[in-house]
Ligand binder design. Structure first.
Ligand code: GLU
Length: 488
């Protein structure tokens, strides 16, 4: 059903991701981009990238390029944007200042907004007095009724001004959110907030509305921290005589521990941090989509390709989503296990280099990563997980003992194992062959598995806990395995 299209010239759904270039990409922003992308694609529509850089104090150089890069790694592609062009550009707000001025002039001429000449000092005093009385800070509307002549005289005298939105003085403002239904705001609670700052730069509240209209956006997906702005935005659409797009305020993301909004203090919140730690894009996507979307079945694993078909507004809810990193680890382990050994090794190489490992022998490195594959939660764990393969750790001889086995007995058992293993040639040196041969041999001599396999495993790994001796021997190869046995 494309009922949301009424009032728009366009017949194709158009959604936008509208980040502010203030630094790294927050997980919440990734989810916003993802939901925008999926709603657009599942309806055969377009996704537009618009850079909202009107808060120049918070802008970080390079942030736009970096977020484009990260979203590309995630597999999210745009149809229009500053990097792609398109017929609704420019797509960077500071390049659209003339457009905003044209539209604010229109509202000024119609008396729907007004110039406010109040000084910073006056506004600060007002705010402090309101805070002292525990009142919500708001503008007292002193300039709202200035006559045109008074305003012009002030401009002539060189006084600076901002442009404020004229809020209704009484009554209610009804808005409609696609997930929450109707929400009613009391006009008395709305502030005549600033639309254009004194330097002629629009605020989010103004630029966002003008752009969503001019770019013919049909559905707005944004975080629910914008719910408070919703009545102001809708009133602005009304002032312009425009039909607003549909609004979908995505639910809050809460920390698993202690609740509260997902914050940096409680752990990583930036996509770049997760990528650096070795979380795979497909795991992050799978994890993020379930922060507010509830599939019809209990299917847990979702690829982007499937989501493009299956995602729908009907599955979205308004109740807060819990950010559970254990869940993210679960998805990452899953997707790591799906990789071929060659792919996995390629992904692990930078982490192994960082851990100072000699990766010159690629075949050997592949054997090591294959052994680690089922045990990894993130790629960055590859160093610690395979250390003992690259280099035998120093261990106390005591570790070779198993239960009541004496050190002397352990040594004898190891010597016997060694001569058995020496009979197995390079070509037969595989986990299955080794396991079969050695277990049969132990059985044949009437021995206990633990008395032989424990010392063997310790001799090969130097560790108290590790994978089975046969897996390790296979990964190490014949030469290195026998060398380690000799040492033991
Ligand atoms: N620039 C806003 C932000 O980064 C966009 C909110 C919206 O999507 O409207 O939060």
């Amino acid at each position: 059903m494309f009922s949301f299209l009424f009032g728009h010239k366009n017949t194709k759904p158009r959604l936008r991701f509208a980040p502010s270039p203030t630094g790294f990409l927050h997980i919440g922003s990734l989810r916003a981009a993802l939901f925008g992308y999926l709603l657009a694609k599942s309806q055969g529509g377009d996704l537009i990238l618009r850079i909202e850089d009107t808060d120049q104090k918070r802008e970080v150089t390079g942030a736009t390029e970096s977020l484009i890069k990260v979203l590309k790694i995630m597999g999210l592609e745009f149809d229009e944007g500053p990097h792609l062009g398109g017929k609704y550009g420019p797509y960077i707000q500071t390049q659209r200042l003339d457009i905003y001025h044209e539209y604010s002039d229109k509202l000024l001429a119609e008396g729907k907004v007004y110039r406010c000449f109040c000084s910073e000092e006056r506004l600060t005093e007002m705010r402090e007095a309101q805070e002292a009385k525990k009142e919500a800070p708001r503008y007292d509307r002193l300039c709202r009724d200035l006559s045109v002549a008074e305003a012009e005289a002030k401009i002539k005298a060189g006084e600076k001004f901002v442009i404020r939105q004229k809020m209704p003085l009484n009554g209610e403002v009804k808005v409609y959110d696609e997930l929450r239904g109707e929400i009613i705001f009391k006009a008395a609670d709305l502030d005549d907030h600033v639309l254009i700052k004194s330097a002629g730069i629009p605020t989010y509240q103004f630029a966002n509305v003008v752009d969503d209209h001019l770019m013919e956006i049909t559905q707005v997906t944004r975080g629910d921290e914008w719910l408070g702005s919703f009545p102001k935005n809708i009133l602005l659409y009304r002032d312009f005589g425009w039909t607003p797009p549909k609004f979908i305020h995505m639910p809050l993301i809460l920390n698993k521990v202690g609740g509260g909004k997902l914050s940096k203090r409680k752990g990583d919140v930036f996509v770049e941090d997760y990528l650096a730690k070795g979380y795979l894009p497909e795991a992050l996507i799978n994890f993020c989509v379930l922060l507010g979307w509830h599939p019809k079945s209990d299917q847990e694993i979702w690829t982007l390709a499937e989501l493009k078909k299956e995602f729908s507004l009907a599955g979205m809810g308004a109740s807060p989503a819990i950010f559970d990193t254990a869940k993210l680890d679960y998805y990452n382990s899953y997707y790591l296990r799906q990789k071929s050994v060659a792919e996995l090794t390629k992904l692990c190489l930078p982490y192994l280099v960082k851990a100072g490992r000699d990766i010159g022998d690629l075949k050997r490195t592949e054997k090591f990563t294959a052994l680690a594959q089922d045990r990894l939660k993130t790629l960055s764990e590859i160093g610690a997980t395979t250390d003992f393969l690259f280099e035998l750790p120093a261990y106390a001889p005591e570790l070779l003992r198993w239960k009541i086995l004496t050190l002397e007995e352990a040594k004898i058992n190891l010597a016997r194992l060694k001569s058995e293993l020496e009979k197995i040639n390079e070509g037969n040196w595989t986990k299955d062959r080794l396991e079969k041969t050695i277990l049969t041999w132990i059985k044949g001599i009437g021995g206990q598995n633990g008395d032989y396999l424990w010392p063997l495993r310790v001799a090969l790994t130097g560790l108290k806990n590790s994978p089975s001796p046969f897996e390790v021997a296979d990964a190490l190869g014949r030469g290195e395995s026998l060398r380690r046995l000799n040492l033991a």
